[in-house]
Design a protein around this ligand. Sequence first.
Ligand code: PGA
Length: 253
Amino acid sequence: MRTPIVAGNWKMNKTVEEARALVFAMSLKLREIEGVEKVLCPPFPALLAVSALLQGTDIGLGAQNLHWEEKGAFTGEVAPNMVAEFCQYVIIGHSERRAYFGETDGTVNKKIRAALAHDLIPIVCVGETETEYEAGQTGEVVRRQISLGFADVDPAKAAGIIVAYEPIWAIGTGKASSGENANAVLADYIRPALADLFGAETAQAIRIQYGGSVKGDNADEFFGQPEIDGALVGGASLKADDFLAIVQAASRP
Ligand code: PGA
């Protein structure tokens, strides 16, 4: 059995003060929800403050990005060991980073390997654009993102990686995929691509989230699917009640 994992990707939202307020508003209730791994991913400047608030709780902390180099002249970047000072998780290859900041399957690969070298759990995002979806290219796209993104990843560490399937047309649009459609992408393409790289047993152990307009009122539809092991949540992670409703849904057997 794979434990479901729900992660809130706050994106470029919340000052330190606002981040503290959001954690205060939900941490007690979040801690009461069992059977789900819970992760908050605030922007970099809020990581220190949020990590202090999460000390001693079962709520994990994630960054939204990292650089693959250890240190040096990389203005504006954050090294893996700096992320690992506060975080247990790191989001890698989000479609917004691929679309606006030039991330490729190659940089995703370097980041995954750097994260693993620092014992960070990568949450690796894959997913097709609307044009690719309409052209029936979903399988081809996610298979490529997995095979290039995960190339040369240590198989002994692969089982701990989280994959987030996020069709780009569903992100921030209010137009979520259907549970059935998302489940089919996981079953037909993503898990088989992971099995090609790491073997069937490891592929079965890897948790795969769905992301893209997950809300309290559609979460059950996704979590009821056999292949879907939680969610990566954007907009609905910015409000305590909305995020709690999603985590609650993931805890239902
Ligand atoms: P959304 O974003 O929930 O706002 O659609 C999901 C994501 O980008 O991870």
